[in-house]
Design a protein around this ligand. Structure first.
Ligand code: CA2
Length: 162
């Protein structure tokens, strides 16, 4: 059966690329979804991509991943700093859970610095911009044992652009 990854996005991320581009860049959530789909197609895995402004809806989605998805990638946005409900829901899920933040939360102001949901995550990726989602897909597939630990043979000979 194909590997299934659920990608979740928390409150206000539907405004990515539209407001505050100096912090979050100019890429929209639709464009991030399209590049995640492209990466998933390339890897031969399937993704479902969601955004919700509602904490309970995110909890329901995490619960629905139990038994139906192999990994969860989540940008909990502001709920990163407040949500015990998301922590409890994440603990129910056995597979890899990768938390993503577009900005480097460690370099942000006091309010946006201390993610509590990361304690229930396998790994946290932050500060890479929208590429963080692609890095998270690769990491989730690797954690599931479906990509090698080292540089895959298919990348041997790959060179960065001059
Ligand atoms: O960097 C990230 O991905 C964040 O999770 C984004 C959250 C913020 O609270 C975290 O500290 C870091 C905020 C998402 C709000 O999204 C907006 C998008 C455009 C304009 C305004 C807010």
């Amino acid at each position: 059966m194909a590997t299934k990854i659920m990608i979740l996005n928390g409150p206000n991320l539907n405004f990515l690329g539209i407001r505050e581009p100096h912090i979050y860049g100019s890429t929209t959530l639709k464009e991030i979804e399209a590049s995640c789909q492209e990466a998933a197609d390339y890897l031969g895995v399937s993704i479902s991509f969601h955004q919700s402004n509602l904490e309970g809806e995110l909890v329901n989605l995490i619960q629905s991943a139990h038994g139906s998805c192999d990994a969860i990638i989540m940008n909990p946005a502001a709920y990163s700093f407040t949500s015990i409900a998301l922590i409890d829901a994440l603990k129910i899920f056995d597979g890899p859970k990768i938390e993503v933040h577009i900005s480097n939360i460690h370099a942000r102001d006091e309010l946006h610095r201390h993610s509590i949901t990361s304690s229930a995550s396998t790994a946290v990726i932050c500060g890479l911009g929208p590429y963080g989602y692609i890095a998270a897909i690769l990491a989730a597939v690797q954690r599931l044992g479906k990509l090698p630990d080292a540089v895959p043979a298919s990348l041997h000979g790959l060179r960065a652009k001059a």
